[in-house]
Design a protein around this ligand. Structure first.
Ligand SMILES: Nc1ncnc2c1ncn2[C@@H]1O[C@H](COP(=O)(O)OP(=O)(O)OP(=O)(O)O)[C@@H](O)[C@H]1O
Length: 788
């Protein structure tokens, strides 16, 4: 502290601090140009304007204004990502850190000290650590040298080892990853110079052997700049969905996107969220291009889509637990976080209720709860109040207000305008994505000249394109455009092109295990369905036993029987088709029915391999039970043929299981292509018919149809069954008449059933190969569906 105990500021550029500037006059100007500024920074500090900030004394303290108080500076001033307006200013308190510009890589800060003023020393100013000759642990644990208090941070997230002056070795031990200068760390990285280290919401700066928290990520602002989105219409004409929209959303604001149906609200919200591409224009998150850096933010942005995306058969607490396990690090205090979340959404009393038994409002609250688990500071909700009664609508809006007041930036699309006065900003979009209004609710009443504040009138005023265009123009020239947009839009240094960070690393095996548990639990909640899935094929097989008169279709009696081989083949066709049927029926719905949940989880951090593996693992488990049931019934209902290559029971089990596996993979693949559950159901007969027609049992397969038969599961399944059974061995020898004429049996031996190991293995291998091929196609299809 200086001797006179006068307030002073310390200006720091990339860790290099100038001697403190003592504030002695009633007005000071900080800048690069000695013509205006009395607090002069070196002329080569180009980010600072010639006249960057004006400090005006008021009752022993100072108010800081951007620029000269009349004109703003080019890079502007920010405190916790709140823009400091050049005309309104910001009253400084001891410990405040003001940033020039928003680009974290060009960090220039002004730190204000005044021993007589209220202290506002925040975490950022305290949390710095000297790295000289030290090893520093960064993490959530209280024993960490640099503690980062976010639930998504691992207890021991990273370790920074000092190697030699200005050289460090950073080890990443985390679940959710570390990024150094925009590049994801794979295991460890040597840092030679100053670096920006991103750990979830935190930005750490390493400079001059000091590591400090430059940003806690608590305050998120979004700046949409000149957003245009056009798409091609049916006649190849360009349709404009969003038309030149620029607006700032500041930290802690609750913003409602309103407008007529089809005006582009959801499109705009998805653009602000970073998942909808723009034709021109950019959305900046705290000054960084959001789409370019989406991987840095993907697990920190909360997004509740219009459709509720929670599994119906789980209880509230189970749904939260699985979401927490998928999104949070392994060492997170999941019980504590779930308890806190249940409190936030006021669902403690309903924790053990099945999701399908919740009311619309409760369900929406659980959807919000799932997102709150990682404590996101940026939250998007698409029509969170749709279908709620006015009372619930109000409660939901109050909940969102409370969440915003806790420091979250929240954007919601809504049609219910009864409670939008709780929002800090309204965005009214007219048809064609035209920005008709942006500002507060009370100013909206003025702008639209609303009687009694009935906002529904705006929809009537703007029900035609001419009115929309006129209002858009009127808004552009109004003082509100200046007050809410021009003055407050943040700046971003687009000249710094950072590399696109890769997505955070997750453990596919851990995720697969969590997903298997969830999928298994959902299945177990519907025992009747599981029972039917297991019993269907055995019941079908028992019906054949009733239908055919012959008790032993697989065993040759003492006399040759020309009907036995075709009968055995037909019975095997039924086995094969029964297995294919149940394999398909159990899997056709399984991907399409949770497309919405998958999309949301994939956007956060879901590993595609883990997702597919969980589906295949659980369905293969079910297939195993189905196989056991089928084999048991076959062994009970029909006589056991003599062992050829393998004992009949063992061969039957392997072939049935492989048939089911191949069919369930085919079902999953079709489910990936399907647009809806109905479409997937419709596919069942279309998939089954070729299995019967091209199986080679009902018709002789020749020419092209032979190639088609290779694509079916039944061809290889019957091939394997027939080989094991040695169908050819059931065909009677040709009858030779005394005149040497030969009468062949109507059913000829077939090389498909050649009772050799080579033949059997080919059939089994093709069944496996078909399954894996389907899985590879699912992987590629799902990968192509990735939105970002
Ligand atoms: N990818 C696209 N291709 C073509 N048209 C699209 C595309 N996405 C959206 N649209 C069209 O853009 C318009 C705006 O859609 P959007 O869903 O954003 O509107 P909205 O205001 O959210 O509507 P609602 O309130 O009815 O949900 C609609 O007419 C929609 O059909």
């Amino acid at each position: 502290m200086n001797q006179n105990n006068r307030p002073y500021i310390v200006v720091t550029n990339q860790g290099q601090s100038l001697p403190p500037f003592e504030l002695t006059k009633s007005k000071h100007i900080l800048g690069r140009d000695c013509q205006f500024a009395d607090l002069l920074v070196p002329p080569d500090w180009g980010v600072i304007s010639r006249c960057q900030a004006t400090l005006v004394e008021k009752q022993g303290n100072y108010i800081i204004y951007d620029g000269d108080g009349v004109n703003p500076s080019s890079n502007k001033l920010f405190i916790n990502h709140h823009l400091i307006a050049h005309d309104i200013g910001y009253p400084l308190q001891n410990g405040d850190i003001i940033k020039v510009g928003q680009n974290i890589n060009i960090l220039i800060t002004l730190k204000y000290f005044n021993s007589h003023s209220l202290s506002n020393v925040n975490q950022a100013s305290l949390s710095s650590i000297n790295l000289q000759q030290k090893s520093v642990v960064i993490g959530r644990d209280e024993t960490a040298n640099l503690q980062l208090l976010s639930p998504a941070v691992s207890r021991k997230h990273a370790v920074l080892d000092y190697l030699e002056p200005s050289t460090y070795l950073l080890y990443d031990y985390s679940t959710n990853g570390v990024y150094v200068n925009g590049t994801k760390v794979n295991g460890k990285i040597i840092i030679n110079t100053a670096a920006t280290i991103k750990i979830l919401p935190y930005t750490l700066l390493l400079q001059n052997n000091q590591l400090f928290i430059a940003d806690t990520g608590d305050n998120i602002r979004l700046d949409a700049r000149n957003i245009v989105r056009t798409v091609k219409g049916n006649g190849n004409e360009q349709i404009t969905l969003l038309n030149q929209i620029s607006l700032p959303i500041e930290p802690g604001q609750l913003v409602a996107l309103v407008g007529g149906s089809g005006a582009g609200k959801s499109t705009f919200m998805r653009t602000l969220l970073g998942i909808e591409p723009t034709t021109t224009g950019t959305v900046y998150l705290n000054g960084e291009d959001l789409r370019n850096n989406f991987n840095l933010y993907r697990n920190q942005i909360g997004y509740v889509p219009q459709k509720d995306i929670i599994h119906n058969s789980l209880t509230v607490v189970e749904a939260l637990r699985y979401a927490a396990k998928l999104r949070l690090p392994q060492d997170a205090d999941i019980d504590e976080i779930i308890e806190k979340t249940l409190g936030q959404i006021e669902m403690q009393e309903r924790r053990h209720v099945l999701v399908k038994n919740l009311s619309g409002g409760q369900l929406k609250r659980v959807s919000i709860g799932v997102e709150l688990l990682v404590d996101p500071k940026l939250f998007f909700l698409d029509e969170p109040t749709s279908g709620l009664d006015p009372g619930l609508d109000k409660k939901m809006m109050q909940l969102l207000r409370k969440l915003a007041d806790q420091g979250r930036t929240i954007v919601l699309v809504t049609h219910a305008t009864g409670n939008i006065n709780l929002c800090d900003r309204l965005v009214f979009l007219g048809q064609g994505g035209n920005l008709c209004y942006f500002g507060t609710f009370s100013d909206a009443c003025q702008f639209f000249n609303l009687r009694n504040g009935d906002f529904a009138e705006v929809y009537i005023q703007l029900d035609n394109q001419t009115a929309v265009i006129h209002t858009t123009q009127r808004y552009r020239w109004s003082s509100y455009q200046h007050q809410y947009i021009d003055q407050r839009l943040g700046v971003s240094d687009s000249s710094v092109i950072a590399p696109k960070p890769s997505p955070p690393r997750v453990s596919p095996l851990r995720q697969a295990w969590i997903l298997c548990q969830r999928y298994g639990q959902i299945m177990a909640r519907d025992p009747v369905n599981v029972g039917i899935a297991i019993a269907t094929a055995p019941i079908g097989i028992l019906l054949i036993d009733l239908a055919i008169a012959v008790r032993e279709p697989f065993i040759l009696g003492s006399e040759a029987d020309p009907k036995l081989a075709p009968l055995a083949q037909t019975v095997l066709l039924v086995f094969s088709c029964a297995a294919i049927w149940v394999g398909l029926a159990g899997s056709l719905q399984e991907i399409v029915k949770e497309n919405d949940i998958y999309s949301r989880e994939r956007l956060v951090n879901l590993n595609l391999f883990a997702y597919i593996a969980s589906k295949v693992t659980v369905l293969s488990g079910l297939a195993f039970l189905q196989t056991l049931a089928m084999v048991a019934v076959i062994l009970m209902a029909f006589g056991h043929p003599p062992a050829t290559l393998l004992p009949w029971g063992l061969g039957l089990t392997i072939t049935t299981y492989l048939t089911l596996f191949s069919a369930l993979c085919l079902g999953l693949m079709v489910s990936t292509f399907a647009k809806s559950e109905t479409q997937a159901n419709t596919a069942l007969p279309i998939l089954l018919l070729p299995q019967i027609i091209f199986s080679g049992v009902l018709f002789q397969i020749k020419g092209v149809s032979q190639y088609l038969s290779w694509l079916t599961v039944s061809r290889w399944s019957i091939g394997a069954y027939g080989t094991l059974l040695d169908i050819n061995g059931l065909v009677p020898e040709p009858i030779i008449f005394p005149d040497d004429k030969v009468m062949e049996s109507a059913f000829k031996t077939n090389p498909v059933y050649d009772p050799s190991w080579g033949n059997l293995l080919i059939n089994w291998q093709v069944l496996l190969l078909q399954g894996f091929l389907c899985l590879a196609i699912i992987f590629l299809l799902k990968k192509r569906q990735d939105i970002i």
